[in-house]
Ligand binder design. Structure first.
Ligand code: HEM
Length: 388
């Protein structure tokens, strides 16, 4: 291989993003590509960026340059907490965080457990697809319940959220943005109808709670952030459930730690790191080693490589559900740290326990099939059957 040059169009990046990131971590952990992208792949540097107030999350201008005003996907980006910074971000995040308090989640736990058990009970021991039949419907159903969306809309939600996720890919095509427009518009119409109903008759769902909170949030902000929860919380959780099942299929002893040890799920998230890479923009010059990241420069933070950095995690390629090192970056860090992490942890624990209770012995017909992607691990299928 010649000189390193990070390139979003490189097929190798999409096929094996962790290996691609690690080449940079080993040879050039602070890298500036020929296209002016800064790529950071060591744990300490990634963490330093996530702590640095000069590193902004406001990437709306990137989308304004790509999409015409008024397009539903651009409107979605414009109203979204994910693309805001500082006070503006805090204002949008505060109302949503009401749905993720320990109290709110505790009342939700029995429901997630029941959903996990019922999905596991429905799996055919002769053969099933873990992604389609279990790892996808579990988080999708949980977010639908959180938002108060009826189960009859789950297929629509699945299709819309995959269209929104595809638009996160930096090399996304025109067609991908057209599908994302349709998804944002479809989902907004559904949630807007629900919001009207909840205003008339409030329930315990997120739309009712936020709408009646008196917090300063417009309807557009509420609806677009609710849509964002769906795309942020669905496929990432599916990826950990699927990847974890593949890792634990022959690890009966480690499986026992899932129910007992709170850090077991975090070790799975460190190891799998489905949010492979996140992006930022320098809002001022930032020195890093001998380099200076210039104002306005895009910065990519390689969470997957950082979570396998031997300086931070001894023997990083060993999955050890009893590992004591904490501080992985699989859920991000700082003001934008994953809002849904407590819900994700709950679903992964309850989901895997339900799956392995139902099938202590599983056999895989093929390894999990991953969608090519530079930024997210997303699984297409994982064919399994009961062993014996
Ligand atoms: C294992 C599953 C999950 C993983 C690995 C994951 C990962 C992440 C990461 C890395 C970020 C930070 C992005 C950044 O700083 O640029 C993030 C943010 C976020 N996540 Fe998750 N996530 C998961 C599940 C969920 C779930 C279940 C929900 C909600 C239902 C959720 C909602 C969010 C939201 C709203 C944000 C944006 C927070 C902000 O900008 O303030 N995530 N997630």
């Amino acid at each position: 291989m010649g000189a390193l040059d990070f390139d979003f169009r490189d097929p190798e990046l999409h096929v094996d993003p962790l290996a691609y990131q690690r080449r940079f971590a080993e040879a050039e952990p602070v890298h500036r590509s020929s296209q002016g992208l800064w790529v950071l792949t060591r744990y300490a540097d990634v963490l330093a960026m996530l702590r640095d107030e000069r590193v902004s999350t406001d990437r709306r201008s990137l989308y304004r340059n790509k999409l015409e005003p008024g397009r539903p996907y651009l409107t979605h980006v414009e109203h979204n907490l994910f693309y805001r910074s500082a006070d503006d971000h805090r204002r949008l995040r505060a109302p949503l965080s009401r749905a993720f308090t320990p109290r709110a989640l505790a009342s939700f736990e029995a429901e997630v457990a029941a959903r996990a058990r019922s999905l596991a009970a429905g799996l055919d021991e002769g053969g099933f697809d873990l992604v389609a039949d279990f790892a996808k419907p579990l988080p999708l159903g949980a977010i639908a319940t959180l938002l108060g969306v009826p189960d009859s809309e789950l297929d629509n939600l699945a299709a819309w959220s995959m269209a929104l996720i595809a638009a996160l890919e930096p090399a996304a095509s025109r067609e991908v943005f057209v599908a994302a427009d349709d998804a944002a518009a479809g989902m907004k119409a559904l949630l807007a109808d629900l919001l009207d109903l909840r205003r008339a008759e409030p329930g315990h769902d997120l739309l009712s709670v936020v709408a009646s909170s008196g917090l300063p949030l417009t309807d557009d902000e509420l609806l677009h952030n609710a849509i964002f929860l769906l795309s942020a919380g669905h496929d990432t959780t599916t990826a950990v459930l699927t990847g974890a099942a593949a890792l634990l299929i022959d690890e009966r002893e480690q499986r026992g730690l899932l129910a007992e040890s709170p850090q077991a799920v975090d070790e799975l998230v460190r190891f799998i790191s489905p949010a492979l890479m996140i992006s930022r923009v320098a809002s001022a010059p930032i020195e890093i080693g001998d380099n200076v990241i210039e104002t306005g420069a895009p910065i990519l933070l390689g969470l997957a490589a950082a979570n396998r950095d031997p300086e931070a995690f001894p023997d990083p390629d060993r999955l050890d559900l009893a590992r004591s090192q904490t501080g992985h970056l699989g859920f991000g860090f700082g003001p934008h740290v994953c809002l849904g992490a407590p819900l994700a942890r709950m679903q992964i624990r309850l989901g895997l326990v339900a799956l392995f209770d139902r099938f202590p012995e599983l056999t895989a017909a093929a390894p999990p099939q991953r969608e090519p992607s530079a930024v997210l691990t997303s699984y297409r299928s994982y064919p399994l059957a009961a062993r014996g």
